[in-house]
Structures are given as C-alpha cells and as structure tokens.
Ligand binder design. Structure first.
Ligand SMILES: CC(C)(COP(=O)(O)OP(=O)(O)OC[C@H]1O[C@@H](n2cnc3c(N)ncnc32)[C@H](O)[C@@H]1OP(=O)(O)O)[C@@H](O)C(=O)NCCC(=O)NCCS
Length: 160
C-alpha cells in the first residue's frame, strides 16, 4: 500500500471513501455538510496537509492534518483495508510534516462509545495519552495528546 501526500486529482476517490464512512463521523450528515467537507479537503490538499493510502489506484485511507496547529483533523480507513497499518502509516507521514517540539492533538469519541473503540485503541498504540473532555458538532469527544518525545517508530505499513 502506498502512503503519500494527496493531490487535488485524488479528490473524487477521496470523497468516495468519505461517502462510505460518513455516518461514523458527526457533522457529515447532510449534502451541504458533505459539500463543505469536500471544499475543506481540497484546501488541505492544496496546502500539503492531506495524506492518503492507495492500493491498486483505489483510495484506501485518508488523513487531514494541520501543520499550523499540530493537530490531526480527520482520519478514516476503508473497512476493507483496516488492520494493515494504513492509518499508522498515514499518521507517521503527517507527523513528519509537523513540529516535533510541540504536542500533537486529536479529538475522538469518548470511552464507552462503540464508534470510538478502534480509534481510541489506535491512538493509544501510537503513544497518544487521554486528554481533556470536550464537545464537537454537539457530540461528546475527548482530546488525545502525543507529547513531544512520545512519538513511536512508524510500523511497516501496507501489510499484505
Ligand atoms: C481508527 C482507524 C482509522 C484505524 O485504521 P487502521 O488502518 O485499521 O489502523 P492500523 O492498522 O494502522 O492500526 C494500528 C494499531 O492500532 C490498534 N488498532 C487499530 N484498530 C484497532 C481495533 N479495531 N481494535 C483494537 N486495536 C486497534 C492496533 O494496536 C493496531 O496495531 P496491530 O494491528 O498491529 O495490533 C479505522 O478503524 C477507522 O477508519 N475507523 C473509523 C473512523 C474513525 O474512527 N476515525 C478516527 C476518528 S478520530
């Protein structure tokens, strides 16, 4: 599986994946929200803040990050490609573009929410620690924080 920065020509394949998993994310329920998200993805791609995992020309995973805020903003892997370290590879690629002297943050579901089980285990496996409780799009979430120095070596991505 190839892990690389995404380009605007990846947008159609990227949005096909988002369409598939949109109901796992608060804030993508309506066509208007999806259109706004599409514009966000395009602008992140133009800034070099979008990473994708690609297998046989199909977008298998997507990550948006902000190198300005040192945050991971959106992460998803196609269910058909999970547990092959696509997400770990994409996060490693994103981290390489972020300031290693500052903590990296991400928000995800709180403990006990079934939709958050994989994500919470995933972030912990990378060395993120549980942080403050918050709300996003009216949903209760929790921040996870990767302290400077807590970064772990990236695993080999794209297991067969
Ligand atoms: C969370 C998500 C991105 C993980 O993607 P992935 O490519 O399957 O993750 P990886 O293969 O890179 O996992 C790396 C490690 O994270 C942990 N992990 C990942 N998924 C897990 C799960 N379902 N249960 C337990 N641990 C898990 C494991 O330690 C795994 O290493 P291992 O397979 O060698 O044991 C994916 O499940 C997903 O898209 N979920 C729905 C959307 C979502 O929750 N996005 C994040 C919201 S902030």
């Amino acid at each position: 599986m190839e892990i690389r920065l995404a380009q605007p020509q990846d947008l159609a394949g990227w949005m096909e994946l988002v369409e598939k998993i949109r109901f796992s994310f608060p804030g993508l329920e309506t066509p208007e929200a999806m259109e706004a998200h599409r514009q966000t993805v395009r602008s992140f791609m133009c800034r070099g803040w979008a990473v994708c995992a690609v297998e046989r020309q199909r977008i298998a995973g997507v990550l948006l990050f902000s190198a300005e805020d040192n945050t991971l903003c959106f992460l998803a892997v196609d269910p058909a490609f999970r547990r092959r370290h696509a997400a770990a590879g994409m996060v490693a690629c994103g981290l390489a573009h972020m300031d290693p002297r500052r903590a990296v943050t991400v928000t995800t579901y709180r403990e006990g929410h079934p939709a958050g089980t994989a994500a919470r285990a995933f972030y912990k496996s990378l060395g993120f620690a549980e942080g403050k409780l918050a709300e996003e799009f009216g949903s209760p979430v929790q921040e996870f924080v990767l302290a400077p120095g807590a970064r772990r070596a990236a695993p080999a991505d794209g297991r067969p």
